[in-house]
Design a protein around this ligand. Structure first.
Ligand code: A3P
Ligand code: MG
Ligand code: MG
Length: 388
Protein backbone atom coordinates (compact mmCIF):
# COMPACT_ATOMS: atom_id res chain seq x y z
CA UNK A 1 0.00 0.00 0.00
CA UNK A 2 1.41 3.33 -1.05
CA UNK A 3 0.81 6.21 1.28
CA UNK A 4 4.09 8.15 1.47
CA UNK A 5 4.82 10.71 -1.25
CA UNK A 6 7.35 9.38 -3.72
CA UNK A 7 9.65 11.55 -5.78
CA UNK A 8 8.24 12.86 -9.03
CA UNK A 9 9.27 11.34 -12.36
CA UNK A 10 10.99 13.73 -14.77
CA UNK A 11 8.66 14.37 -17.72
CA UNK A 12 11.48 14.42 -20.26
CA UNK A 13 11.11 10.69 -20.87
CA UNK A 14 8.07 8.40 -20.98
CA UNK A 15 7.40 6.50 -17.81
CA UNK A 16 6.05 2.98 -17.70
CA UNK A 17 3.74 1.52 -15.11
CA UNK A 18 4.01 -2.29 -15.14
CA UNK A 19 0.75 -4.13 -14.52
CA UNK A 20 2.36 -7.39 -13.39
CA UNK A 21 3.01 -9.04 -11.03
CA UNK A 22 -0.43 -8.54 -9.52
CA UNK A 23 0.76 -9.96 -6.20
CA UNK A 24 1.87 -6.44 -5.28
CA UNK A 25 -1.78 -5.35 -5.25
CA UNK A 26 -3.24 -8.28 -3.34
CA UNK A 27 -4.55 -8.20 0.20
CA UNK A 28 -6.92 -5.84 1.95
CA UNK A 29 -7.93 -2.93 -0.20
CA UNK A 30 -6.57 0.58 0.16
CA UNK A 31 -8.97 2.71 2.11
CA UNK A 32 -11.77 3.80 -0.14
CA UNK A 33 -14.44 6.37 0.49
CA UNK A 34 -18.01 5.67 -0.38
CA UNK A 35 -18.94 7.93 -3.29
CA UNK A 36 -21.12 10.93 -2.38
CA UNK A 37 -23.06 12.86 -4.97
CA UNK A 38 -21.99 16.49 -5.14
CA UNK A 39 -23.88 17.56 -8.27
CA UNK A 40 -25.88 16.19 -11.18
CA UNK A 41 -27.23 17.09 -14.61
CA UNK A 42 -29.40 15.69 -17.38
CA UNK A 43 -29.50 15.64 -21.15
CA UNK A 44 -32.96 16.11 -22.60
CA UNK A 45 -34.49 14.30 -25.57
CA UNK A 46 -32.39 16.44 -27.95
CA UNK A 47 -29.28 15.67 -25.90
CA UNK A 48 -29.23 19.23 -24.65
CA UNK A 49 -27.68 19.92 -21.27
CA UNK A 50 -30.08 20.61 -18.39
CA UNK A 51 -28.90 21.29 -14.89
CA UNK A 52 -31.71 19.37 -13.25
CA UNK A 53 -33.17 15.95 -12.54
CA UNK A 54 -35.39 15.81 -15.62
CA UNK A 55 -33.54 12.77 -16.96
CA UNK A 56 -34.13 10.64 -13.87
CA UNK A 57 -36.12 7.44 -14.37
CA UNK A 58 -37.51 4.85 -11.97
CA UNK A 59 -37.26 1.11 -12.21
CA UNK A 60 -40.34 -0.90 -12.93
CA UNK A 61 -39.72 -4.56 -13.83
CA UNK A 62 -40.05 -5.41 -17.53
CA UNK A 63 -42.31 -8.13 -18.93
CA UNK A 64 -40.60 -11.44 -19.58
CA UNK A 65 -40.87 -12.66 -23.14
CA UNK A 66 -40.49 -9.15 -24.55
CA UNK A 67 -38.69 -8.90 -27.87
CA UNK A 68 -35.68 -6.61 -27.56
CA UNK A 69 -35.41 -6.31 -31.34
CA UNK A 70 -38.76 -4.59 -31.57
CA UNK A 71 -38.53 -0.99 -32.78
CA UNK A 72 -34.94 -1.27 -34.03
CA UNK A 73 -35.93 0.57 -37.22
CA UNK A 74 -37.03 3.64 -35.22
CA UNK A 75 -34.06 3.66 -32.77
CA UNK A 76 -32.86 7.21 -32.07
CA UNK A 77 -29.17 6.52 -31.55
CA UNK A 78 -27.11 9.41 -30.22
CA UNK A 79 -23.38 9.29 -30.81
CA UNK A 80 -21.06 12.23 -30.28
CA UNK A 81 -19.81 13.58 -33.58
CA UNK A 82 -17.58 16.13 -31.88
CA UNK A 83 -15.28 15.61 -28.93
CA UNK A 84 -17.39 16.24 -25.81
CA UNK A 85 -14.26 16.47 -23.63
CA UNK A 86 -15.20 17.04 -19.98
CA UNK A 87 -17.46 19.96 -20.89
CA UNK A 88 -20.74 18.96 -19.22
CA UNK A 89 -18.97 17.79 -16.10
CA UNK A 90 -16.95 21.02 -15.81
CA UNK A 91 -20.01 23.12 -16.62
CA UNK A 92 -21.80 21.55 -13.66
CA UNK A 93 -18.80 22.13 -11.40
CA UNK A 94 -18.56 25.80 -12.43
CA UNK A 95 -22.21 26.26 -11.68
CA UNK A 96 -21.81 24.59 -8.29
CA UNK A 97 -18.81 26.76 -7.44
CA UNK A 98 -20.68 29.92 -8.43
CA UNK A 99 -23.65 28.88 -6.35
CA UNK A 100 -21.71 27.85 -3.28
CA UNK A 101 -18.85 30.31 -3.49
CA UNK A 102 -16.32 27.57 -2.89
CA UNK A 103 -13.89 25.77 -5.14
CA UNK A 104 -14.21 22.00 -5.66
CA UNK A 105 -10.82 20.73 -4.46
CA UNK A 106 -9.74 17.32 -5.67
CA UNK A 107 -6.74 15.42 -7.04
CA UNK A 108 -8.46 13.98 -10.14
CA UNK A 109 -11.45 14.78 -12.35
CA UNK A 110 -12.67 12.43 -15.09
CA UNK A 111 -15.69 10.62 -16.50
CA UNK A 112 -16.41 7.42 -14.63
CA UNK A 113 -15.63 5.36 -17.75
CA UNK A 114 -11.92 6.26 -17.59
CA UNK A 115 -11.68 5.02 -14.04
CA UNK A 116 -13.54 1.82 -15.01
CA UNK A 117 -10.89 1.18 -17.66
CA UNK A 118 -8.09 1.73 -15.16
CA UNK A 119 -9.66 -0.40 -12.43
CA UNK A 120 -10.37 -3.39 -14.65
CA UNK A 121 -6.94 -3.41 -16.33
CA UNK A 122 -5.37 -6.06 -14.02
CA UNK A 123 -7.86 -8.73 -15.10
CA UNK A 124 -8.35 -7.89 -18.76
CA UNK A 125 -5.44 -8.98 -20.96
CA UNK A 126 -7.16 -7.52 -23.99
CA UNK A 127 -7.81 -4.12 -22.49
CA UNK A 128 -6.42 -1.15 -24.34
CA UNK A 129 -6.92 2.56 -23.97
CA UNK A 130 -5.69 5.96 -25.06
CA UNK A 131 -6.21 8.77 -22.59
CA UNK A 132 -5.07 12.38 -22.33
CA UNK A 133 -4.33 14.19 -19.08
CA UNK A 134 -3.54 17.70 -18.03
CA UNK A 135 -2.67 19.40 -14.75
CA UNK A 136 -4.50 22.56 -13.74
CA UNK A 137 -4.29 24.28 -10.34
CA UNK A 138 -3.17 21.08 -8.65
CA UNK A 139 -5.85 18.85 -10.17
CA UNK A 140 -5.25 16.22 -12.88
CA UNK A 141 -7.99 16.08 -15.52
CA UNK A 142 -8.23 12.93 -17.64
CA UNK A 143 -10.21 12.27 -20.80
CA UNK A 144 -10.43 9.65 -23.52
CA UNK A 145 -8.71 10.14 -26.88
CA UNK A 146 -11.86 10.88 -28.90
CA UNK A 147 -10.33 10.10 -32.31
CA UNK A 148 -9.05 6.71 -31.19
CA UNK A 149 -12.44 5.89 -29.70
CA UNK A 150 -14.29 6.81 -32.91
CA UNK A 151 -11.86 4.74 -34.97
CA UNK A 152 -12.18 1.67 -32.76
CA UNK A 153 -15.97 1.98 -32.79
CA UNK A 154 -15.94 1.99 -36.59
CA UNK A 155 -13.61 -1.00 -36.88
CA UNK A 156 -15.60 -2.93 -34.28
CA UNK A 157 -18.88 -2.65 -36.13
CA UNK A 158 -17.14 -3.47 -39.43
CA UNK A 159 -15.25 -6.53 -38.34
CA UNK A 160 -18.25 -7.91 -36.48
CA UNK A 161 -20.62 -7.65 -39.37
CA UNK A 162 -18.16 -8.68 -42.09
CA UNK A 163 -16.01 -11.43 -40.60
CA UNK A 164 -16.31 -12.65 -37.04
CA UNK A 165 -20.09 -12.76 -36.80
CA UNK A 166 -22.01 -15.32 -38.85
CA UNK A 167 -24.89 -13.78 -40.78
CA UNK A 168 -27.64 -15.58 -38.85
CA UNK A 169 -26.58 -13.83 -35.63
CA UNK A 170 -27.65 -10.30 -34.71
CA UNK A 171 -25.36 -7.52 -35.91
CA UNK A 172 -23.32 -5.31 -33.61
CA UNK A 173 -25.89 -2.53 -34.09
CA UNK A 174 -28.76 -4.74 -33.01
CA UNK A 175 -26.82 -5.96 -29.97
CA UNK A 176 -26.34 -2.32 -28.96
CA UNK A 177 -30.05 -1.76 -29.46
CA UNK A 178 -30.89 -4.68 -27.12
CA UNK A 179 -29.27 -2.79 -24.24
CA UNK A 180 -31.17 0.43 -24.82
CA UNK A 181 -34.45 -1.37 -25.52
CA UNK A 182 -34.07 -3.18 -22.20
CA UNK A 183 -33.77 0.24 -20.52
CA UNK A 184 -36.95 1.45 -22.25
CA UNK A 185 -38.79 -1.65 -21.03
CA UNK A 186 -37.51 -1.31 -17.44
CA UNK A 187 -37.85 2.40 -16.69
CA UNK A 188 -40.51 5.08 -16.33
CA UNK A 189 -40.16 8.77 -15.50
CA UNK A 190 -42.44 8.35 -12.47
CA UNK A 191 -42.44 6.12 -9.44
CA UNK A 192 -44.17 2.84 -10.20
CA UNK A 193 -46.85 3.24 -7.52
CA UNK A 194 -48.21 6.38 -9.20
CA UNK A 195 -48.22 4.98 -12.68
CA UNK A 196 -51.35 3.60 -14.38
CA UNK A 197 -51.10 0.06 -15.74
CA UNK A 198 -51.64 1.31 -19.25
CA UNK A 199 -48.56 3.55 -19.12
CA UNK A 200 -46.51 0.60 -17.96
CA UNK A 201 -47.75 -1.57 -20.80
CA UNK A 202 -47.28 1.18 -23.36
CA UNK A 203 -43.53 1.09 -22.77
CA UNK A 204 -43.35 -1.75 -25.27
CA UNK A 205 -44.45 0.62 -28.02
CA UNK A 206 -42.32 3.58 -26.98
CA UNK A 207 -39.53 4.75 -29.28
CA UNK A 208 -36.14 3.81 -27.86
CA UNK A 209 -33.65 6.65 -27.70
CA UNK A 210 -30.39 7.25 -25.89
CA UNK A 211 -30.52 11.04 -26.32
CA UNK A 212 -31.81 11.66 -22.80
CA UNK A 213 -29.61 10.82 -19.83
CA UNK A 214 -29.10 11.58 -16.20
CA UNK A 215 -25.58 11.96 -14.84
CA UNK A 216 -24.43 11.88 -11.26
CA UNK A 217 -21.22 13.61 -10.19
CA UNK A 218 -19.62 12.14 -7.11
CA UNK A 219 -16.70 12.74 -4.84
CA UNK A 220 -14.83 9.58 -3.97
CA UNK A 221 -11.39 8.45 -2.81
CA UNK A 222 -8.78 5.77 -3.45
CA UNK A 223 -6.18 5.61 -0.70
CA UNK A 224 -5.00 9.17 -0.22
CA UNK A 225 -6.25 10.31 -3.63
CA UNK A 226 -9.48 12.25 -3.98
CA UNK A 227 -11.49 12.02 -7.18
CA UNK A 228 -14.48 13.72 -8.75
CA UNK A 229 -16.20 11.37 -11.20
CA UNK A 230 -19.19 11.95 -13.45
CA UNK A 231 -21.21 9.27 -15.15
CA UNK A 232 -24.59 8.18 -16.43
CA UNK A 233 -26.95 6.49 -14.01
CA UNK A 234 -29.71 4.38 -15.55
CA UNK A 235 -32.42 4.85 -12.94
CA UNK A 236 -33.60 4.85 -9.34
CA UNK A 237 -34.89 1.90 -7.32
CA UNK A 238 -36.66 4.25 -4.91
CA UNK A 239 -36.91 8.04 -4.52
CA UNK A 240 -33.71 9.94 -3.94
CA UNK A 241 -33.17 10.84 -0.28
CA UNK A 242 -33.27 14.51 0.68
CA UNK A 243 -29.52 15.19 0.45
CA UNK A 244 -29.88 18.64 2.06
CA UNK A 245 -31.21 16.97 5.22
CA UNK A 246 -29.31 13.67 4.97
CA UNK A 247 -26.12 14.34 3.02
CA UNK A 248 -24.77 10.88 3.85
CA UNK A 249 -27.80 8.88 2.77
CA UNK A 250 -26.96 6.52 -0.10
CA UNK A 251 -28.85 7.03 -3.36
CA UNK A 252 -30.53 3.88 -4.66
CA UNK A 253 -29.30 4.12 -8.24
CA UNK A 254 -29.60 1.09 -10.48
CA UNK A 255 -27.49 -0.04 -13.42
CA UNK A 256 -29.29 -1.97 -16.16
CA UNK A 257 -27.42 -4.55 -18.23
CA UNK A 258 -28.32 -7.21 -20.73
CA UNK A 259 -26.53 -10.50 -21.23
CA UNK A 260 -27.15 -13.67 -23.17
CA UNK A 261 -28.92 -16.26 -21.01
CA UNK A 262 -26.72 -18.98 -19.57
CA UNK A 263 -29.16 -21.84 -20.06
CA UNK A 264 -29.86 -24.70 -17.67
CA UNK A 265 -26.47 -26.39 -17.98
CA UNK A 266 -23.94 -23.68 -18.74
CA UNK A 267 -20.43 -24.80 -19.64
CA UNK A 268 -17.47 -23.74 -17.47
CA UNK A 269 -16.45 -21.48 -20.31
CA UNK A 270 -19.83 -19.72 -20.37
CA UNK A 271 -19.68 -19.16 -16.61
CA UNK A 272 -16.15 -17.79 -16.87
CA UNK A 273 -17.23 -15.47 -19.66
CA UNK A 274 -20.15 -14.21 -17.58
CA UNK A 275 -18.09 -13.67 -14.43
CA UNK A 276 -15.52 -11.73 -16.45
CA UNK A 277 -18.38 -9.53 -17.61
CA UNK A 278 -19.41 -8.99 -13.99
CA UNK A 279 -16.05 -7.26 -13.41
CA UNK A 280 -17.05 -4.48 -15.83
CA UNK A 281 -20.55 -4.26 -14.37
CA UNK A 282 -19.21 -4.12 -10.82
CA UNK A 283 -16.42 -1.57 -11.40
CA UNK A 284 -18.69 0.76 -13.37
CA UNK A 285 -21.35 0.73 -10.63
CA UNK A 286 -18.98 0.71 -7.67
CA UNK A 287 -17.34 3.96 -8.82
CA UNK A 288 -20.55 6.01 -8.64
CA UNK A 289 -21.99 4.17 -5.64
CA UNK A 290 -24.74 2.57 -7.73
CA UNK A 291 -26.31 0.09 -5.33
CA UNK A 292 -28.00 -2.44 -7.60
CA UNK A 293 -27.23 -4.02 -10.95
CA UNK A 294 -30.15 -5.53 -12.81
CA UNK A 295 -29.21 -7.98 -15.55
CA UNK A 296 -31.79 -8.89 -18.18
CA UNK A 297 -31.05 -12.29 -19.68
CA UNK A 298 -32.01 -12.65 -23.32
CA UNK A 299 -31.84 -15.33 -25.95
CA UNK A 300 -29.26 -15.01 -28.72
CA UNK A 301 -31.94 -13.33 -30.78
CA UNK A 302 -33.14 -10.88 -28.15
CA UNK A 303 -36.11 -12.44 -26.33
CA UNK A 304 -36.04 -11.41 -22.68
CA UNK A 305 -36.13 -14.55 -20.54
CA UNK A 306 -35.02 -13.70 -17.03
CA UNK A 307 -33.75 -11.10 -14.57
CA UNK A 308 -31.17 -11.02 -11.82
CA UNK A 309 -30.89 -8.23 -9.29
CA UNK A 310 -27.45 -7.97 -7.67
CA UNK A 311 -26.32 -5.83 -4.77
CA UNK A 312 -23.19 -4.24 -6.23
CA UNK A 313 -21.18 -4.80 -3.04
CA UNK A 314 -21.89 -8.55 -3.14
CA UNK A 315 -20.50 -9.17 -6.62
CA UNK A 316 -16.78 -9.50 -5.72
CA UNK A 317 -17.62 -12.15 -3.09
CA UNK A 318 -19.79 -14.06 -5.56
CA UNK A 319 -16.95 -14.21 -8.07
CA UNK A 320 -14.42 -15.12 -5.39
CA UNK A 321 -16.59 -18.13 -4.49
CA UNK A 322 -17.20 -18.82 -8.17
CA UNK A 323 -14.47 -18.92 -10.80
CA UNK A 324 -12.22 -16.47 -8.90
CA UNK A 325 -11.34 -14.90 -12.24
CA UNK A 326 -10.93 -11.44 -10.70
CA UNK A 327 -10.47 -9.83 -7.33
CA UNK A 328 -12.02 -6.50 -6.36
CA UNK A 329 -9.38 -5.57 -3.78
CA UNK A 330 -6.63 -6.08 -6.35
CA UNK A 331 -8.51 -3.73 -8.70
CA UNK A 332 -8.79 -1.07 -6.00
CA UNK A 333 -5.14 -1.38 -4.95
CA UNK A 334 -3.98 -1.37 -8.56
CA UNK A 335 -5.98 1.80 -9.27
CA UNK A 336 -4.63 3.45 -6.12
CA UNK A 337 -1.03 2.68 -7.09
CA UNK A 338 -1.63 3.84 -10.63
CA UNK A 339 -3.15 7.15 -9.49
CA UNK A 340 -0.07 7.57 -7.35
CA UNK A 341 2.10 7.00 -10.38
CA UNK A 342 0.06 9.55 -12.35
CA UNK A 343 0.57 12.14 -9.63
CA UNK A 344 4.31 11.59 -9.79
CA UNK A 345 4.39 11.73 -13.59
CA UNK A 346 2.00 14.58 -14.36
CA UNK A 347 3.71 17.45 -12.64
CA UNK A 348 3.86 20.21 -15.21
CA UNK A 349 1.71 22.23 -17.53
CA UNK A 350 0.93 20.63 -20.91
CA UNK A 351 -0.71 17.46 -22.18
CA UNK A 352 0.23 13.89 -21.31
CA UNK A 353 -0.80 10.75 -23.12
CA UNK A 354 -1.64 7.59 -21.17
CA UNK A 355 -1.58 4.46 -23.31
CA UNK A 356 -2.30 0.79 -22.79
CA UNK A 357 -1.87 -1.64 -25.67
CA UNK A 358 -3.38 -5.14 -25.72
CA UNK A 359 -1.24 -7.67 -23.85
CA UNK A 360 1.63 -5.18 -23.51
CA UNK A 361 1.63 -5.41 -19.71
CA UNK A 362 2.56 -1.75 -19.19
CA UNK A 363 0.75 1.56 -19.15
CA UNK A 364 2.87 4.23 -20.77
CA UNK A 365 2.76 7.91 -19.89
CA UNK A 366 4.41 10.42 -22.18
CA UNK A 367 4.28 14.16 -22.44
CA UNK A 368 2.92 15.03 -25.89
CA UNK A 369 2.40 18.77 -25.64
CA UNK A 370 4.53 21.21 -23.68
CA UNK A 371 1.88 23.86 -23.15
CA UNK A 372 -1.84 24.35 -22.80
CA UNK A 373 -4.42 21.70 -21.99
CA UNK A 374 -5.24 20.32 -25.45
CA UNK A 375 -8.91 21.24 -25.10
CA UNK A 376 -9.38 18.90 -22.14
CA UNK A 377 -10.57 21.91 -20.13
CA UNK A 378 -13.38 24.07 -21.48
CA UNK A 379 -12.85 27.79 -21.89
CA UNK A 380 -15.80 28.37 -19.59
CA UNK A 381 -13.98 26.45 -16.88
CA UNK A 382 -10.51 27.98 -17.23
CA UNK A 383 -11.92 31.49 -17.52
CA UNK A 384 -13.93 31.02 -14.36
CA UNK A 385 -11.07 29.46 -12.43
CA UNK A 386 -8.38 31.86 -13.65
CA UNK A 387 -10.53 34.90 -12.82
CA UNK A 388 -11.15 33.76 -9.31
P1 A3P B 1 -25.82 -3.43 -22.29
O1 A3P B 1 -24.75 -3.07 -21.32
O2 A3P B 1 -26.98 -4.07 -21.67
O3 A3P B 1 -25.30 -4.16 -23.50
P2 A3P B 1 -24.82 1.07 -19.94
O4 A3P B 1 -25.00 -0.39 -19.68
O5 A3P B 1 -23.47 1.56 -19.66
O6 A3P B 1 -25.90 1.81 -19.22
O7 A3P B 1 -25.06 1.29 -21.49
C1 A3P B 1 -26.33 1.03 -22.06
C2 A3P B 1 -26.22 0.31 -23.38
O8 A3P B 1 -25.42 1.05 -24.26
C3 A3P B 1 -25.55 -1.05 -23.33
O9 A3P B 1 -26.41 -2.01 -22.86
C4 A3P B 1 -25.18 -1.23 -24.78
O10 A3P B 1 -26.29 -1.59 -25.55
C5 A3P B 1 -24.76 0.17 -25.17
N1 A3P B 1 -23.32 0.31 -24.99
C6 A3P B 1 -22.67 0.84 -23.95
N2 A3P B 1 -21.35 0.79 -24.12
C7 A3P B 1 -21.13 0.20 -25.31
C8 A3P B 1 -19.98 -0.15 -26.07
N3 A3P B 1 -18.74 0.10 -25.63
N4 A3P B 1 -20.15 -0.77 -27.24
C9 A3P B 1 -21.39 -1.04 -27.70
N5 A3P B 1 -22.51 -0.73 -27.03
C10 A3P B 1 -22.40 -0.12 -25.86
MG1 MG C 1 -26.39 3.61 -18.86
MG1 MG D 1 -26.88 0.20 -18.31
Amino acid sequence: QISHPLPSIPPSRPSNFPIHPLTRFQGASASIKRPREIAHFSYDDNHEYKEDESGVNYYHPPQMGADLREGFDTFRHYEDTENPHLDSLLRTLVSKEKREGERVQTDFVMWRGMMTKIMTTPFDMFAEFDLFATLHQGTIYIEEDFNKKAASRASESNSQSRHARPSHLPSHEIMTYFGYKFETLSLLPDLSSNVPRETIENREKAVTSNYAQHCSIVRTGFGTHSLVLGGEVDGLWEPKPDLQKFPDAPIQWIELKTSEELGQYPSDRDILKYERKLLKFWAQSFLLGVSKIIVGFRTKHGILRGLDVYETTKIPGMVRRGTGCWDGNTCINFATAFLDHLKRSITQEGVYKITLRKKSGVIEIAKVQQEGNGGILSEEFTTWRDDK
